[in-house]
Design a protein around this ligand. Structure first.
Ligand code: FE2
Length: 282
């Protein structure tokens, strides 16, 4: 078995909010996050990624800020470095720069790359309208999100590396279908991103949030894994998060907890765990 060169944590779509405002599941997310952080700390995993949508859709900016601060406080217990991937509900009310300061990100860029050990992590920002404008609540459609051309050019540049690369994006970049058309959770110009990703020959996995049931598929040898959302489970015990091990041979292994399935590279041929109905479309 190939040696692990780095291990990191992952979670997605907490959609935290007061239960009076939304589904009762959302209020459980802070407790679920606490359990997840405890597990990350007990295994001393040195870095983790929050795949976005920490808070539910809320129009009132002061309330949104309060919830984001509560999430940040809960995340502050993590002993490693937590990187933020921007979700549509994170930024739609308060804006991207305000969100970055509220979540305690070490970066001021909304998309960024970071090299840890011998692995490059590239975080994308899919929270744009077709015309390249940032999304704003009431002025965007959750199923019409795009990666601007400038960001695709930046991605191609960042992929010029000798290191294996892991890509993270809140919105999906795979090619799942729904009712005969592109699944609405997918970035509209994801085919352009996939072409760049495949051409580079460097990407060993793509991790996504946004699609709450989660799914996994392999496209031209690259695993695309949409992490099951933390808010999905109706009880505190039904959490969802994962540890990912990057192997020396360039494969990855996902150790899923709660509702998040595990993935082992030997099972790649059977990797097509899709869910037919995108309930809780967000
Ligand atoms: Fe989302």
């Amino acid at each position: 078995m190939s040696k692990t060169i780095i291990r990191f944590g992952l979670f997605a779509d907490m959609h935290y909010a007061d239960p009076a405002l939304t589904s009762p599941h959302s209020a459980l997310s802070l407790a679920k996050l606490g359990s997840c952080i405890d597990h990350f700390n007990s295994t001393q995993v040195p870095l983790a990624f929050n795949l976005g949508d920490s808070v539910e859709m809320i129009k009132e900016s002061s309330l949104k800020i309060r919830y984001l601060e509560m999430v940040r406080k809960a995340c502050a217990r993590y002993s490693g470095i937590l990187y933020a991937v921007l979700g549509n509900h994170d930024v739609e009310t308060v804006g991207k720069q305000k969100f970055l300061s509220l979540c305690g990100s070490p970066f001021r860029e909304t998309c960024y790359s970071v090299d840890v050990g011998k692995v490059r992590f590239i975080v994308l920002d899919g929270n744009y309208n077709r015309n390249g404008a940032d999304i704003v609540i009431g002025q965007y459609q959750w199923d019409d999100l795009w990666l601007p051309e400038k960001q695709l050019q930046w991605l191609a540049k960042e992929l010029q590396t000798d290191m294996p690369v892991i890509i993270l994006c809140h919105e999906c970049l795979d090619d799942a279908m729904f009712e005969g058309a592109m699944d609405p959770h997918i970035i509209r110009n994801s085919a352009s991103a996939r072409a760049i990703i495949e051409k580079s020959g460097k990407v060993i996995a793509v991790f996504e949030g946004h699609y709450h049931p989660g799914r996994m598929m392999s496209l031209n040898g690259i695993p695309y894994i949409a992490v099951t959302s933390m808010v999905l489970g109706e009880s505190r015990e039904k959490n969802a998060y994962a540890f990912v091990s990057v192997k020396e041979d360039g494969t990855i292994e996902v150790e899923g907890y709660g509702m998040q399935p595990s993935y082992h590279p030997d099972a790649r041929r059977t990797l097509c765990q899709t869910h037919p109905s995108p309930e809780r479309i967000l």
